[in-house]
Structures are given as C-alpha cells and as structure tokens.
Design a protein around this ligand. Structure first.
Ligand SMILES: Cc1cc2nc3c(=O)[nH]c(=O)nc-3n(C[C@H](O)[C@H](O)[C@H](O)COP(=O)(O)OP(=O)(O)OC[C@H]3O[C@@H](n4cnc5c(N)ncnc54)[C@H](O)[C@@H]3O)c2cc1C
Length: 267
C-alpha cells in the first residue's frame, strides 16, 4: 500500500479521555511499521464529502504492529464530526507524512517542550527515547488547568520515564508562568545544559520563544509546527512558512519538524 495514497483505516477504538481530548486507534499496519515520531496523517473526518479537506493529526503512539493511535482535541467542525465516528467504521487516511524528529545523537540530552495540544508527537518521541534507554525532562505549558493534557496522557508520559514540569498562565496548575520560563530555569540550573537538545511542539508564539532560548544558549532545537494545512502533500502551498534564508518552507513536506534556525521567527 503506498502511504501517499489515500486508503481506508478501520477504527478499532475511539473514546473520550478528558479535557476535550479523544483517543482514536486505527488499523493501519503499513503506517504502524513505518511511522516516525513527528510524522502525521491526513484524516477525512467523515464518510461524506463535507468537509472536503482532510485534517492533519500527529501520531501519538504505535500501540501494536498493525495500529496507530491518535489523540486529538475538538477544535472546530472537523474534529467535532470526527468524534461521532464509531469503531468498526473506516476513515480515509493518507500517510504517515512529513519529516519527523531526527534521532538523538550520542551524548545529547533530549529535553521536550509541549504547549497546548502539541504533546502527541512528543509522546511518540518519548516512547522511542525510552526504548533507547533514555528518560527525559518534559515541560508542559497551557493557559490554565483545563488546557493541560488529560490524565491518561500524563500517566503515559510518566510510564516512559518523562519527568514532567508544568506551568499555567493563570497558576491553576503547576508554576504560574510561561512554560518557557521553567525551561530556561531548568537549563540555567541543570548540569546538562550544554548537551541539551530541545524538541518542541505547540503554538507558534511558544515555539518562537523556545527557539530564542536555544539560540541564546547555543544549543540545538527542533520544532514541530502545527499551522493550518490543506492538502498535506506539498501541492497547495497553503501551509507555507517563512524560512530563515528568505523564501518559504512547506510544513507538510519539508516539516512539520524543522531545526529552529531554518525558520524566520520575526513575523
Ligand atoms: C502536522 C500537524 C499535526 C497535528 N497534530 C494534532 C494532534 O495530534 N492532535 C490535535 O488535537 N491536533 C493536531 N493538529 C491540529 C489539528 O489539525 C486541528 O486542530 C484541526 O485540523 C482543526 O480542524 P477542525 O475542522 O476541527 O477545526 P476548524 O474549524 O478548521 O478550526 C477550528 C479552530 O482551530 C484552529 N485550527 C485549525 N487548524 C489548526 C492547526 N493546524 N493548528 C492550530 N489550530 C488550528 C482554527 O484557527 C480555529 O480557531 C495538528 C496540525 C498539524 C498541522
């Protein structure tokens, strides 16, 4: 099965897991075999032609040799329609697509940073780090407690050995500040600051600050971008962002993971 051809993926399970999130497990043996952390799928959210455009969703985990797991937040019409799809029915899926996180180089200390609904690709990444014997600090930020990942997600990150620190803007959970403040604080105090490599996913404003923290400390930083996307295969240019050297980069094909310095963060 060509992964760049739309194909049917049967829903194995689909359930609400709290804080506005759903967990969706799809039968997708080819994707399960080949997916890399940071890659995504384009999913048609209903069996009808409306809405016409598929929605991009990151891969949260590979629960078995023949399935992939997605965790999504209800954001608008498409994801709201998706919640109504029952196990046993099938969704048209394309992927895995895009460029994922690069492998961690020997001696590097990975540090994960998730904002809002940006945790799914980092969860998949954390599971692979664990397989490689690494446990990693994870900084999670949200506006308030309700915006944090649901408990099953936090529990799963902990199972993979992630040491979680949280920040909320209103102080309703974790430290009252931006997540980038607790990240910066950690880097100042940690004995591993020089070997740290940041892996971040979340709102663009947060990614801009994370990339600045990395630049100021001369450490590497990879960001996974979640801009709006239409085709997912590089044809429509709808997801283009400004590159650091002039011109544009398409998130769907050249990303969604970029080394932070590849992008222009000024706009
Ligand atoms: C590569 C990639 C991976 C993603 N992975 C996940 C994931 O694992 N889990 C998850 O919950 N979401 C993920 N998203 C975001 C998800 O695609 C959007 O939330 C979804 O497409 C919204 O569709 P909708 O029809 O429900 O909302 P719409 O009606 O299209 O929009 C509703 C609201 O959501 C905002 N929105 C729409 N698309 C995006 C977007 N791409 N990023 C941020 N805000 C958006 C709109 O501005 C609007 O305010 C990912 C996006 C990308 C590009």
């Amino acid at each position: 099965m060509g992964l760049n051809r739309q194909h049917a993926a049967e829903i194995i399970s689909h359930s609400f897991i709290g804080r506005g999130y759903y967990r969706l497990v799809l039968r997708a043996p080819d994707a399960a075999r080949s997916a890399l952390p940071g890659q995504f799928v384009m999913l048609r959210v209903s069996q009808y032609l409306d809405p016409f455009l598929a929605r991009p969703l990151g891969i949260y985990s590979i629960p078995s040799k023949s399935s992939i797991e997605i965790v999504y937040r209800v954001a608008g019409r498409g994801t709201s329609l998706l919640t109504q799809m029952e196990p046993g029915s099938s969704l048209a899926m394309l992927g895995p697509l895009g460029r994922g996180f690069p492998a961690v180089e020997p001696g590097a200390t990975p540090v994960l940073v998730a904002g809002g609904s940006g945790f799914p690709p980092l969860h998949f990444f954390a599971s692979r780090l664990r397989r490689g014997g690494l446990s990693t600090p994870l900084f999670i930020g949200a506006r308030d407690r309700a915006g944090l990942p649901p408990q099953p997600v936090l529990a799963s990150f902990r199972k993979y050995g992630a040491k979680i620190s949280m920040a909320t803007e209103d102080g309703s959970a974790g430290v009252k500040c931006m997540v980038t403040s607790i990240l910066d604080d950690y880097l100042s105090k940690s004995g591993h600051a020089a070997s740290s490599v940041l892996y971040a996913c979340g709102p663009r404003a947060m990614l801009a600050v994370v990339s600045r923290v990395a630049r100021d400390r001369s450490i590497r930083c990879f960001v996974s971008m979640e801009e709006r996307m239409a085709c997912g295969v590089g044809a429509c240019m709808g997801c283009s962002v400004r590159s650091g050297t002039g011109g544009f980069k398409r998130i769907c094909t050249e990303g969604p993971v970029f080394e932070a310095g590849e992008l222009d963060w000024s706009s």
